[in-house]
Ligand binder design. Structure first.
Ligand code: DQA
Length: 143
């Protein structure tokens, strides 16, 4: 099983960016954890990050073209307003799991709405890095 994991803007600055909210571990730590969990579950992952909306749209196109079995996406701030990312996800005919490190339902008003939740098979929020493990477990359970 091949899963693409897409992380949006500023997630590359984990550890530096508002550590009181996002924690002290950095993006490499997150990637290391994801690789470890994926290996345990025998899932192949392709983990990507971009600060640019168009890159994320093109990653999703690649997930379609290269027949990935699913996508895990944390679109970061784009979650709240990117119809381009929503439209790209609608091209896919495989499950998409939305992940947020923080509980966006308990934060600023503008973060409470996700423009992709209703088209995702599952949303995990507020569980920190472990949210990605829960998303991988979702795909493992499909096997
Ligand atoms: C986030 C929540 C978003 O509101 C924010 O813009 C992010 C990260 C999260 O993982 O909690 O960059 O998606």
């Amino acid at each position: 099983m091949n899963i693409m994991i897409i992380n949006g803007p500023n997630l590359d600055m984990l550890g530096i960016r508002q550590p009181e909210i996002y924690g002290h571990e950095d993006y490499d730590d997150l990637c290391f954890q994801i690789d470890k969990w994926a290996e345990e579950l025998e899932i192949t992952v392709d983990v990507r990050q971009s600060n640019h909306e168009g890159d994320i749209v093109e990653f999703i196109h690649e997930a379609y073209e290269d027949d990935f079995d699913g996508v895990i996406i944390n679109p970061a701030a784009y979650t709240h307003y990117s119809y381009a990312i929503r439209d790209a996800l609608l091209i896919l005919n495989v499950p998409v799991v939305e992940v947020h490190l923080t509980d966006i339902s308990q934060r600023d008003e503008f973060r409470r709405h996700s423009v992709i939740s209703d088209i995702c098979a599952k949303t995990v929020m507020g569980k920190g890095f472990a949210g990605y493990k829960e998303a991988l477990d979702f795909f493992f359970d499909l096997l």
